[in-house]
Design a protein around this ligand. Structure first.
Ligand SMILES: Cc1cc2nc3c(=O)[nH]c(=O)nc-3n(C[C@H](O)[C@H](O)[C@H](O)COP(=O)(O)OP(=O)(O)OC[C@H]3O[C@@H](n4cnc5c(N)ncnc54)[C@H](O)[C@@H]3O)c2cc1C
Length: 536
């Protein structure tokens, strides 16, 4: 007999875990979470530095790739996505950034009342326990622990902050406080040396309740409708096709790639596209899969005159010492993210707000595919890298189903660097990195720039190198955009899908525009706010 629940949540990722917790909290509703991936109780998921292991591990990762990108000299971009309990929050780099206050005021001004900065701030406070304590901006009683580990960061990070100061960029002690602008140290989602995924913060506590259930290795293939009312979902588990009924709502939280895919597979999308794959259209929503936005990043690499993390993580004895320190005390390098310092800067003084995110890492490593070189195997000499990317790119891409098979990957066209302004911002950012390297604080320790190196000098050469090497920092979003007009948007301000009843999308895909910074925190905020709407 078909099982029945009040709420069926598709995907146990950053958003799905929050919803499972909040919707089951009052004990009155039966909540089911269906997750395509398996357990997150794995050493390399719990251990922060395990990021490098999960990056290509198909046991926990969807391992998507984009189509070849014309403005990246026809390169395809590799897009890891968590396929595991906790979703991408179980495999991400743990940097915690809320975004710029203006991002949310822009969401509101795009026709989404209730989503301005003052509206979302209470949810950002509600979701976190900040290690630095609560104040007007920070929360101290929420499920997600946000750690401040700057005292453990490599000394070169402090030198980076000094160098930025020499160029006139102010130190900001808290990017998630009153203002985002400036340079400083990243806060990370870890606690007691272990990753603080959305699963650890929200789902695992909720699963102790008798009214909250999780089915792992259950890939949803279709949302089921009675006329235009979502009534349940169909999924595949252990090779069997099963279905469950949702008496109140189906909530789609499968992430920015799989949420639009599932809508299209279920007949919600551009009717011509759906018919071309033999899918009977239910609702004409051409915005599904459109408006794709992502952050692109470009790095400069340096050989250093002073020791960096390469010296500690490259030799076998260094790895062993770090491993022992971690196993005994849950401290040290294995408990940290490699992204330790950085900032939010204007790439040019004329820019009206910080438009560039910078990452400074006291390590150099490659993202070479498996077999060539392990991801976090550093170079055999002291080195560090510094990188930039526009926080609010104007390029827009799209993704769509490639066939009617629900188990096949979608076609992804990010359309990176397709606007002149995005190229200009990258170029200004690259120039800024070079200026930073010439400051007294950094030039004193730089032996040489190893990549792209001194042969790349002119604007044209730098742009060509950007096209050859810039790549994603894994923040695809906005593919089921929230907005007032069903001709472009997919959900309304309550995250309800236009044209159908009892179906919401709640995850990174509903962002109207990408936020300035890393997207995990904003996704959790969206889910916290949506949970209140659903319960209301
Ligand atoms: C390598 C990497 C590094 C990152 N680094 C950072 C960082 O440092 N800081 C930061 O803030 N953000 C970072 N991000 C981004 C951030 O983690 C994501 O934006 C966020 O986790 C997305 O949340 P979501 O709920 O939209 O989707 P996800 O967390 O991806 O969750 C979607 C879930 O749905 C499941 N699912 C999908 N399809 C189906 C289906 N058909 N049936 C059942 N289940 C399904 C998936 O398996 C997954 O568990 C990173 C991401 C990656 C991949």
């Amino acid at each position: 007999m078909e099982r029945e629940f009040d709420y069926v949540i598709i995907g146990a990722g950053s958003a799905g875990c929050v919803l499972a917790n909040r919707l089951s909290a009052n004990g009155r509703h039966r909540v089911l979470v269906l997750e395509a991936g398996g357990s997150d109780q794995r050493f390399w998921i719990q251990t922060p530095i395990g990021y490098g292991k999960a990056f290509y591990d198909e046991a926990v990762n969807w391992k998507y790739s984009t189509e070849s990108e014309p403005n990246l000299n026809n390169r395809s971009s590799y897009w890891p996505r968590g396929k595991v309990v906790g979703g991408s929050s179980s495999i991400n780099a743990m940097v915690y950034i809320r975004g710029n206050h203006q991002d949310y005021d822009e969401w509101r001004d795009m026709g989404n009342p209730g989503w301005g900065w003052q509206d979302v701030l209470p949810y950002f406070k509600k979701l976190e326990t900040y290690a630095g304590g609560g104040n007007d901006y920070r929360g101290d009683g929420g499920p997600l622990y946000v750690n401040n580990v700057s005292s453990e960061y490599h000394p070169l990070c402090h030198r980076f902050v000094e160098a930025a100061g020499q160029l006139g960029f102010a130190f900001n002690p808290d990017f998630n406080g009153e203002s985002q602008e400036g340079v400083g140290f990243y806060q990370i989602t870890t606690k007691n040396g272990r990753r603080m995924s959305a699963a650890r913060a929200y789902l695992h506590p909720a699963l102790k309740r008798s009214n909250c259930e999780l089915i792992k290795h259950a890939q949803v293939t279709r949302i089921l409708f009675n006329d235009n009312t979502a009534s349940g979902v169909e999924y595949v588990a252990k090779g069997q096709t099963c279905s469950v009924k949702a008496n109140r709502e189906v909530i789609l939280s499968a992430g920015a790639i799989n949420s639009p895919q599932l809508l299209q597979l279920s007949g919600v999308g551009d009717p011509n596209l759906l018919r071309s794959f033999g899918i009977e259209p239910l609702v004409d929503l051409p915005g599904v899969g459109r408006n794709l936005q992502d952050h692109l990043d470009y790095s400069l690499y340096y050989r250093s005159r002073v020791p960096t993390l390469n010296n500690r993580l490259r030799p076998w004895w260094g790895k062993m010492l770090c491993g022992m320190q971690y196993l005994l005390f849950h401290k040290g390098l294995l408990s940290l993210s490699v992204n330790q310092a950085g900032g939010f800067l204007r790439s040019h003084p004329a820019r009206p707000r910080p438009n560039i995110q910078m990452y400074f890492a006291a390590i150099t490593y490659t993202k070479a595919p498996p077999g060539e070189r392990p991801l976090l195997q550093p170079d055999p000499y002291p080195g560090f890298l510094n990188s930039i990317g526009p926080t609010r790119p104007s390029s827009r891409g799209h993704l769509q189903i490639a066939c009617a098979n629900p188990l096949a990957p979608v076609t992804i066209n990010p359309n990176y660097l397709s606007t002149e302004d995005d190229v200009t911002q990258m170029l200004e950012g690259a120039r800024l990195l070079r200026q930073l390297a010439q400051t007294p604080a950094l030039s004193a320790i730089i032996e040489r720039e190893t990549r792209p190196g001194p042969t790349i000098r002119t604007d044209a050469e730098l742009i060509e190198d950007i096209r050859n090497r810039a790549d994603t920092v894994f923040h695809p979003s906005c593919t089921c955009m929230m907005g007032p007009d069903a001709k472009t948007a997919v959900v309304d301000t309550n995250c309800r899908v236009y044209g159908v009843d009892r179906l919401r999308v709640v995850d990174t895909s509903i962002f109207p525009t990408i936020t300035s910074g890393n997207t995990n925190g904003p996704t959790i905020m969206v889910a916290e706010k949506a949970a209140d709407m659903i319960l209301a």
